[in-house]
Ligand binder design. Structure first.
Ligand code: SF4
Length: 345
């Protein structure tokens, strides 16, 4: 169907009120950029979910990175977004201002060169992400072991989507889900089908261009309005039913599943990935980082589960801004609070 027809359908929807969720932070950003969110009628509420990896890292993980950055001879390396995420006491940026050692990198491979240049330093990689980026970390772990490099370790906060989606299906009042397209490239679309069946929800895997987003939203609105459960793949050019089998095999070789803490939510069983077998020697203490000390008034947990919108958080735009984030959702470019804040100018 042409995009104009799809947009017309969405704009003119007059069916029952719907609460839908885009799970992935990249979708949140793309929906704002495309202007599609603003075209939806008031009866269709589109909520942002827990699919921004930076937003869901618990404070205990940041605290551990901060502690490691202060150890003599250590340097924490992370993607830029992570540096500003508040822990219970400090962010990596504020730790650095007080003498901690941390830096950012653009791609994980950069660390190999850095570690070779500075053999006296132990580099701690802040490895966050979902199934999308986990294979990159797994490949890097393989390379580090193969080269016998001993001055690189991982602090992992890698998470997997089905468990948190199941938690949302179980506990949140959501009529249907726009499932994460990038994750599905790796996992395959079929990973979402058991949830669609078990919880009787429509689940649509979507892409990221305005055309693909419009197609996925139309499918989702149509199915949810008729209370039709099922799985639809509207990103078929890149997402296969069984996903990227090679990447899945690599993940199974390098990582094992274990409990993981999600900021503002809870510890979800088997929702984290941890280095296993010979790769475990590269781990800098990633397990058990469950404590999550959310600052008073911060509503990140409710925002990440669709119970509140960013604007409904009492701190939004007052105590919490991108220049002075209280919660993690105000830090990342894929964090819903930051996106909404910047959208309103
Ligand atoms: Fe968290 Fe800040 Fe968003 Fe409130 S405005 S939910 S404190 S990130």
């Amino acid at each position: 169907m042409q995009t104009k027809l799809l947009v017309d359908y969405l704009q003119n929807y007059r069916g029952r009120p719907l609460k839908l969720m885009e799970v992935c932070g990249t979708h949140t950003a793309a929906l704002y950029r495309s202007g599609l969110r603003n075209l939806l009628p008031p009866s269709v509420q589109l909520l942002s979910g827990p699919g921004c990896p930076v937003c869901v890292t618990p404070t205990a993980y940041i605290d551990k990175l901060v502690d490691l950055s202060r150890q003599p001879g250590h340097c924490v390396l992370s993607f830029g977004d992570m540096l500003a995420v508040p822990g219970s006491r400090d962010s990596l940026l504020s730790a650095r201002a007080r003498g901690g050692h941390c830096d950012f990198f653009y791609q994980p491979e950069d660390v190999l060169e850095r570690a070779a240049r500075e053999p006296q330093t132990t580099f701690i990689l802040a490895a966050v992400g979902f199934e999308t980026t986990a294979p990159v970390w797994a490949a890097l772990a393989e390379t580090i072991l193969a080269r016998g490099l001993t001055n690189i370790k991982f602090l992992t906060a890698l998470k997997t989507m089905p468990q948190v989606l199941e938690e949302l299906c179980r506990t949140a009042d959501i009529d249907g889900f726009l499932c994460p397209g990038h994750v599905a490239v790796i996992t395959g679309s079929e990973i979402f089908r058991p949830l669609a069946v078990r919880y009787h929800k429509p689940m649509v895997v979507g892409g990221f261009t305005p055309e693909l987003l419009a197609a996925a939203l139309c499918r989702l609105v149509s199915a949810a309005s008729h209370k039709e459960a099922g799985l639809w793949n509207e990103y078929g050019a890149f997402v296969k039913p069984q996903g990227n089998v090679k990447a899945q095999a690599l993940l199974q070789k390098v990582f094992t599943a274990g409990p993981a803490s999600w900021r503002g939510l809870m510890v979800l069983p088997a929702s984290g990935l941890y280095l296993q077998g010979p790769y475990a020697v590269l781990d800098a203490g990633s397990r058990g980082l469950d404590a999550d000390q959310i600052p008073p008034g911060c509503s990140c947990g409710q925002v990440l589960t669709g119970r509140l919108t960013s604007r409904e958080c009492p701190l939004f735009g007052k105590a919490c801004m991108p220049s002075q984030p209280v919660g993690a959702c105000m830090v990342s470019n894929e964090g819903s609070c930051r996106i909404v804040y910047e959208e309103q100018g």
